[in-house]
Design a protein around this ligand. Structure first.
Ligand code: ADP
Length: 618
C-alpha cells in the first residue's frame, strides 16, 4: 500500500467528495439565502400592513388641523396595541416631512437612524420597498433590527413619515438553527457519499490494481496465469472485459513465447550437434555464433578471429553484398584435411544484408575415397594392359612367321599361357573383391580344426618351398582350435600367406607355422613366420591395401596381383577375425590370423540382425 493515497481509488474518492462538498455548499448557501430573504420579506409585509393600519386610523382620528398630530398618533398607536395587535417589540416613530422626529413611542432614536437610506427615501417621497436590516447599539448591547418607512401624503405633499422598526433577532435565530441543520445534513451527506465513493472507486480500482500487478509480473518474465485470475470477476463491465482480454493476451503471449523457446532449443540442439560446421558473422565480419563442429574443423581460433583472418583468400564485402540466394562454394585445404565451405549472406525483412553464414563440411574422407577409386581404376587398367601387351607382341611375332623352331614356339606359347593365367587370376581376384564389396559372398560354415587346416596347407605347399631350397614346417603340439568357418575361404587365405612367404624369401629361408590359443580373449591364432626380406616399417600398414606392392617387378614375376592380402584381410573380417603383421626389414615377417572362438554365434547374430533389417525395409 505504499502509494495508496496517490492511487486511482483515492483520487476517485477525492474527486467525488470535493464534488459533493461543492454541490452541498452552493445549494446550502442558496437555500439559507432564500429562507432569509423570505423571512425578511414577510417581516416587511407585516410592518407595511401595520403602517397601513396606523395611517388609516390616524386619518380618521385627525379631524381638525388644530389637533396635535403627535398626540393623535400616540392615541392611535396605544389604541391599536390595546386592541391586541401582534406588534411585540415594535418601535414606532413619527417624523415630519423633513425627517425630524415628532414623536417616538419607544424612546430615543439615534440621529444616524434618521439619516438612513430608508428615512431619506421616505423624505424624498418613496416608500421602503424592502426591510432595511442593520445593527443598532442600545444600552451598550448590539442588536439587529429591520426598518420600514412610509411617507403619508395629504394632497400632493407629505403630511408625515411613519418609521417602524422591529427586532429581527428571531429571524437570525431561525437562520442560525437552519444553518446548523444544513451543515449537519451536509456533513452526513459528505460522509455517506464518501463511503459510497470509496466502494465505487474500489470496485473500479480492484481490477485495475490486478492488471497493474499482472503487468509487473509480466515485466519480470512471469506469464503464467492462475485459474482464479480468470474467474476473479463476476461482473461484465468494460474494465472486467479489459482484464479478461488482458489475461487472454498474456496467456497467448505465454504460449507463443514457449513455442518460440522450444523452437529455439531445437535449433540450438541442432546447431550444437550437427556434423557440419557453422560460423555466423555480423555485417562487420565479427563472429556472432560458432558451433563445436566449426571449431573442430577450423581450429579454436575461428571463434575470436574476424572473417578476413579466418578466410584470408575471400573478399568479405563481395560475399556479403552478393545477390540474394547466392551461395559461393570454395574448397579449403587445411593442414591434413579438406573442407568444403559455403558462404551465404543473410538479411533482414527489407533485404538489407546483416551478415554472412559459413557452412563447413569435412570432405577429407570423400576426397580420399575418390582418390583411391581413381588409383584403383588406373591400377586395374595398368595390370591388365601389361599382360595383354605381352600376349599381343608374342602372338604378332608368331603370326609374322618369324618363329620357325618348335622349341621357340613352345616357349612363346608358354609365355602367352602364363600371361593369360595371370589375367585370369587377376580378373578372378577382382571379381572376388567386387563380390565382397557388394556383400555377395556366401560363407559355407562348418566346424573346422584350424590347427589341422594349417598342418594340411603346410604339407601341401611344402613342395613349392623345397623347389626354392626353403624349409616349411608346422610346429607340433599346437592346441586343437575348433571354430565354425568356411574352410575353402580360410584355405585361400592361408595359401596366399604361405605363397607370399615362399615368394618374398630368398633361397634357404625357413618358413615356420604354428597355432596357439589366447584363452583370456577366447581367440585361436595361426602364425606363419618366414626368414625373408621383411617389410619396411612405413609400408607395413599399406600392404593390405588393394594393388599395394613393395617391389612391383618381383611381385609380377612371381605371378602376384597385389590383391591377395587385401582379399585375405576382407575374408578375416567376414569371419569376425583379423590379420596382424610383425616384420623386421631384412630379417623376416610373421603373419598372425586371429579368429574368435565363437565365430558361429557372432555370424548368426549378424545374420539375424540383417534379416530383421530387411524385414523392416520391406
Ligand atoms: P602379391 O600378389 O603382390 O603378392 P599381396 O597382396 O599378397 O600381393 O602382397 C602385397 C605385397 O606385400 C607384396 O607385393 C609384397 O611386396 C609384400 N609381402 C607380402 N608378403 C610378404 C612377405 N612374407 N615378406 C615380404 N613382403 C611381403
Amino acid at each position: 500500500m505504499k502509494r495508496s493515497f496517490g492511487s486511482i481509488k483515492w483520487k476517485l474518492v477525492l474527486v467525488y467528495a470535493v464534488l459533493v462538498v461543492c454541490v452541498i455548499f452552493i445549494s446550502g448557501i442558496y437555500i439559507i439565502g432564500n429562507i432569509q430573504r423570505n423571512l425578511y420579506q414577510s417581516r416587511y409585509q407585516e410592518l407595511k400592513y401595520t403602517a397601513g393600519r396606523i395611517s388609516d386610523t390616524l386619518e380618521l382620528a385627525y379631524t381638525s388641523s388644530e389637533q396635535d398630530l403627535a398626540e393623535v398618533f400616540a392615541d392611535v398607536v396605544t389604541s391599536l396595541l390595546t386592541e391586541g395587535g401582534n406588534e411585540e417589540g415594535l418601535l414606532m416613530y413619527l417624523l415630519d416631512p423633513s425627517g425630524e422626529l415628532l414623536y417616538s413611542r419607544s424612546g430615543e432614536i439615534q440621529p444616524a437612524d434618521l439619516a438612513s437610506r430608508t428615512v431619506l427615501g421616505a423624505v424624498a417621497g418613496a416608500e421602503s420597498t424592502e426591510l432595511y436590516v442593520h445593527q443598532i447599539t442600545e444600552d451598550g448591547t448590539e442588536r439587529t433590527v429591520g426598518d420600514y418607512a412610509v411617507p403619508v401624503k395629504r394632497g400632493d405633499s407629505i403630511w408625515y413619515i411613519l418609521l417602524l422598526r422591529q427586532s429581527v433577532s428571531d429571524i437570525e435565530e431561525t437562520m442560525q438553527n437552519n444553518t446548523v441543520i444544513i451543515v449537519m445534513a451536509s456533513l452526513l451527506a459528505i460522509a455517506v457519499s464518501a463511503l459510497l465513493a470509496y466502494f465505487l472507486a474500489a470496485g473500479i480500482a480492484r481490477p485495475i490494481e490486478r492488471l497493474t500487478h499482472r503487468t509487473q509480473e509480466m515485466a519480470t518474465g512471469n506469464l503464467e496465469i492462475a485459474d482464479e485470475e480468470f474467474s476473479s470477476s463476476g461482473s461484465s463491465d468494460e474494465i472486467q472485459e479489459l482484464e479478461s482480454n488482458f489475461n487472454h493476451m498474456a496467456q497467448e503471449l505465454n504460449r507463443i513465447l514457449s513455442e518460440i523457446s522450444s523452437e529455439k532449443n531445437k535449433l540450438e540442439t541442432i546447431f550444437h550437434h550437427m556434423a557440419d560446421g557453422l560460423v555466423v558473422y555480423d555485417v562487420d565480419g565479427y563472429v556472432v555464433q560458432c558451433n563445436p563442429a566449426a571449431l573442430e574443423l577450423m581450429g579454436k581460433g575461428v571463434e575470436t578471429e574476424r572473417f578476413g583472418e579466418a578466410f584470408p583468400n575471400e573478399h568479405f564485402a563481395t560475399l556479403l553484398y552478393s545477390p540474394e540466394g547466392t551461395i559461393a562454394e570454395r574448397m579449403l585445404e587445411l593442414d591434413d584435411h579438406y573442407v568444403r565451405a559455403e558462404f551465404a549472406a543473410y538479411g533482414n525483412e527489407d533485404g538489407a544484408s546483416e551478415g554472412l553464414i559459413v557452412v563447413l563440411q569435412d570432405v577429407t574422407e570423400q576426397r580420399r575415397a575418390e582418390q583411391m577409386q581413381r588409383e584403383f581404376v588406373a591400377n586395374v587398367s595398368h595390370e591388365l594392359r601389361t599382360p595383354i601387351t605381352t600376349v599381343k607382341s608374342y602372338v604378332e611375332t608368331i603370326l609374322d612367321g618369324n618363329v620357325r623352331e618348335e622349341e621357340m614356339l613352345v616357349a612363346f606359347l608358354n609365355v602367352i599361357n602364363k600371361e593369360s593365367d595371370r589375367m585370369t587370376s587377376l580378373i578372378g581376384e577382382l571379381l572376388e573383391l567386387s563380390r565382397i564389396d557388394n556383400r555377395q559372398v556366401q560363407l559355407r560354415m562348418e566346424e573346422v580344426d584350424l590347427t589341422d587346416l594349417l598342418t594340411d596347407c603346410v604339407r601341401r605347399y611344402r613342395i613349392l618351398a623345397q623347389k626354392k631350397e626353403q624349409t616349411m614346417e608346422m610346429l607340433p603340439a599346437g592346441p586343437s582350435l575348433l571354430v565354425e568357418c568356411d574352410r575353402s575361404r580360410i584355405e585361400q587365405v592361408l595359401r596366399n600367406i604361405l605363397m607370399n612367404a615362399v615368394n618374398y624369401s630368398p633361397e634357404g629361408a625357413h618358413i615356420t607355422a604354428w597355432s596357439s590359443l589366447d584363452a583370456e580373449r577366447q581367440e585361436g591364432i595361426l602364425h606363419i613366420k618366414d626368414t625373408g626380406m621383411g617389410i619396411p616399417y612405413k609400408e607395413q600398414k599399406r600392404i593390405f591395401e588393394r594393388f599395394y606392392r613393395i617391389d612391383k617387378a618381383r611381385s609380377r614375376s612371381s605371378g602376384g596381383t597385389g590383391l591377395g592380402l587385401a582379399i585375405a584381410k576382407e575374408m578375416m573380417e567376414m569371419h569376425h577375425g583379423r590379420i596382424e603383421l610383425d616384420s623386421i626389414p631384412g630379417k623376416g615377417s610373421t603373419f598372425h590370423l586371429i579368429f574368435p572362438l565363437s565365430i558361429r554365434e557372432e555370424i548368426d547374430e549378424e545374420e539375424e540382425n540383417e534379416s530383421m533389417d530387411s524385414d523392416l525395409d520391406s
